[in-house]
Design a binder for this molecule. Structure first.
Ligand SMILES: *[C@@H]1O[C@H](CO)[C@@H](O)[C@H](O)[C@H]1NC(C)=O
Ligand SMILES: *[C@@H]1O[C@H](CO)[C@@H](O)[C@H](O)[C@H]1NC(C)=O
Ligand SMILES: *[C@@H]1O[C@H](CO)[C@@H](O)[C@H](O)[C@H]1NC(C)=O
Length: 496
């Protein structure tokens, strides 16, 4: 039995091509043995089921290729359409306030393309891996075909991107549908997992783990409601570790990237995705994208000051405003590439936090725990990280995690500071991104997700945490921790 972590990547690809057949995905997911500790680890047995699965994968990939070939021919039709198609292609959102057609120079730079590219790369990786592990001849044959088909799909995508800018609109629409399906599937998977095995995955809001282990692939939900030109902003889910607060909020800043004037609230994920119900409020006094929502209050930096402000979201009322002692402001020590983020709020399992820098700290990041009702600073910790060198930070279970940019496509969570122990350490957890800049980064303890505003797009990531190490009372006990009963596949073949 071989664990194949990349298989999940491929399964994520499946809903792209399964028209109205999410059932197939589910049965594939449940038909493989899971190790239980990692939702991405899947075992492939060396038997006929393995071959059947390969067969299915192959069918799926064929469908995928069919789809891209369709797209390609459709794109060619678009090439002969009149000139005005071009500007339509760039119209991302009907509510967009100011058009800026120069923004997208090539559709291949577009996040949707990157998403597809990433997924195809994942599939290629998987195919290569399966091939390396494949045992008998039949499987090797299938795998060889699979691999070249995935490669072909990638080539088609590249061709499409390079050959024709005007195909962008058609592809964009298609991709929006696919993204919707992906997020639907993601949620189904999540529900299924929480109902299937409540004992093994980390319980909502739980800190029973040993810190961050990895970050999942980016899930692009949609463009923000104000349009592509609103590149700065933040969004998230109420970060109270509480199921009652399934409140989602979206706060795109003005086009200037500084002034925080409007926000929208959605009572559920569906409302957000389908844009069915929302409340839209104007507040008009926030500075930058460091805001967060905790227990139905929004916390943010009051414009042009080092004041913290607190707004009651049930009535959009400013209920409290007080200075954050020593905090610099007016873009003195913002995150790299994200101006006006002097004062960055964060919520997690342990409460409400504020991340900032002072002159005394020489610009190094300072973390304070706040009393969320009075906004008084309860305790402060000093880190060794120069805030303007970081691209962002968030809190989870009282641990500060800091990010830096590795490239236009990748970030690294490279530093952690545990407020419980005052210890810091370096780590390297990579995070893919669609576009260059991560603006607001917010964590929600209830679903263990990271909500990121990526140059106007609403993106989220699943976080995986290290499971608690078993305490072995005596070295003689060799049984793996947490295994209550042997899995079905380990049944002994007793002759009857
Ligand atoms: C897999 O099964 C084939 C026959 O079905 C056998 O020849 C081969 O040795 C097996 N490989 C492994 C790694 O068990
Ligand atoms: C991949 O594309 C090449 C050239 O277009 C073609 O000859 C080959 O049959 C394709 N392979 C598959 C598996 O579709
Ligand atoms: C916050 O401050 C208020 C008023 O001083 C106090 O009553 C409350 O207990 C504090 N909350 C916490 C969690 O310490």
């Amino acid at each position: 039995m071989q664990p194949v972590p990349a298989l999940l990547t491929f399964l994520l690809l499946l809903p792209l091509v399964l028209h109205g057949q999410p059932q197939l995905v589910r049965s594939e997911l449940s038909s493989v043995d899971e190790s239980g500790t990692l939702q991405c680890v899947v075992h492939l047995p060396n038997n006929s089921i393995f071959l059947q699965q390969l067969d299915r994968l192959q069918t799926t990939v064929q469908e995928l290729i069919g789809k891209y070939e369709q797209e390609l021919s459709r794109a060619k039709e678009f090439a002969h359409a009149p000139e005005d198609q071009d500007s339509q292609a760039l119209e991302m959102n009907r509510m967009q306030e100011s058009r800026n057609p120069g923004v997208i120079s090539s559709p291949y730079d577009h996040p949707a393309f990157n998403l597809l590219r990433l997924e195809l790369e994942g599939a290629q990786e998987l195919a290569a891996q399966l091939k390396a592990e494949g045992g008998n001849n039949g499987a090797a044959d299938l795998l060889h075909q699979l691999q070249s088909q995935v490669t072909n799909a990638s080539l088609t995508l590249k061709l499409l991107a390079d050959s024709n800018h005007r195909s962008f609109r058609a592809l964009r629409q298609e991709v929006e549908v696919l993204e919707g399906r992906l997020s639907e599937c993601e949620r189904e998977k999540e529900q299924e997992q929480s109902s299937r095995d409540p004992g093994l995955p980390l319980a909502p809001g739980s800190c029973a783990h040993e810190g961050l282990q990895k970050v999942g692939r980016p899930l692009v939900l949609k463009l923000n409601w104000r349009g592509f030109s609103h590149k700065a902003g933040a969004w998230g889910r109420d970060s109270a570790p509480d199921p009652a607060s399934s409140l989602y909020w979206v706060a795109p800043l003005r086009v200037d990237g500084r002034y925080f004037d409007f926000y929208r609230l959605h009572k559920s994920y569906d409302d957000l995705v389908l844009l069915k119900h929302y409340e839209q409020w104007k507040m008009g006094y926030g500075d930058g994208s460091g805001n967060t929502v905790y227990r139905n209050f929004m916390y943010f930096n009051y414009y042009g000051t080092n004041d913290m402000a607190k707004v009651d979201l049930s009535s959009n009322t400013l209920v409290l405003q007080r200075p954050l002692p020593g905090a610099t402001y007016n873009n003195r020590f913002s995150y790299a590439g994200v101006p006006w983020t002097d004062i960055d709020f964060a919520g997690d399992e342990k409460g409400l936090w504020v991340l900032y820098a002072t002159e005394e700290s020489k610009g190094n990041l300072v973390v304070s725990h706040l009393n969320d009702s009075t906004l008084e600073v309860e305790q402060t910790w000093h880190t060794s990280q120069y805030k303007p060198a970081l691209s962002g930070a968030f809190m989870a279970c009282g641990v500060l995690y800091a990010l830096r940019s590795l490239s236009t496509r990748q970030e690294e969570i490279f530093y952690a500071f545990d407020t419980a122990t005052g210890q810091e350490h370096h780590l390297s957890i990579l995070l893919d991104k669609m576009l260059e800049t991560l603006h607001g980064i917010n964590y929600c303890p209830w679903d263990h997700k990271l909500y990121v505003y990526n140059d106007g797009f609403l993106v989220n990531y699943d976080l995986t945490f290290l499971t608690l190490k078993p305490r072995m009372p005596t070295p003689l006990i060799k049984r793996p921790f947490g295994v209550r009963a042997p899995p079905k596949s380990f049944k002994s073949n007793k002759p009857s």
